[in-house]
Design a protein around this ligand. Sequence first.
Ligand code: URA
Length: 232
Amino acid sequence: MERIDKILSHGLGWSRKEVKDAIKQKRVVLNNVIVKDSSIKVSDNDLIYVDEELVKTTFDEVIMIHKPKGVVCSTTDPHLPTVFDFFKLSSKIYHMIGRLDQDTTGLLLLTKDGQLTHQLMSPHKKVMKYYRVNLLKPITEEAINKLRIGVDIQDETLTAPAQVHQVSEHIIELGISEGRYHQIKRMMLALDNEVVELHRYRLGPLTLDSLNEGEWRALTQSEIESLKEKHI
Ligand code: URA
């Protein structure tokens, strides 16, 4: 259940005031009844009309967020805001597809579709995740070669071959297909270096585009379809 004013402001891109005004002007109808209270809760099956047009019957299927630093990828935290607190999303409806560390910024997906999560998290799918990595020490030719072959991070197997593009002495763009715990930080430590800043700018076919830090948007249907393709 979600408040109708929240659904309308997210669904239509309206401000709280625009929503309030529309309700005051009796332009919002919920299941044949004119809405008078902007805090009324709505479920997935309810029909919402604005100006006699059906605007929203379900919650957004998949959401892309641009996670800021200091926001944690869990449902609760004793000290820091979680992605659910920060983006005012319900953890009863949405769950995260993968995680980013507290100090990592960038692209994270949330969905209410358990099957999609399962597909994207499956090691067989090998979804590519791209990061901009700021390093403490200059990157060496030898380290780049090791990243491209596989790095020993003290797991059972080496990391899968990564895609590496050197941007500057201290910055690389790194594409990895796995999602092991603290993977990039551990890869860099194994190469006698250290991550200073980590930012995920792309996941499979999706990039952050114009989404600023702290903003979110719903994926379009064609973006959702693109995530379901076999090789992404
Ligand atoms: N690798 C890491 O070490 N941290 C992240 O947040 C993502 C990938």
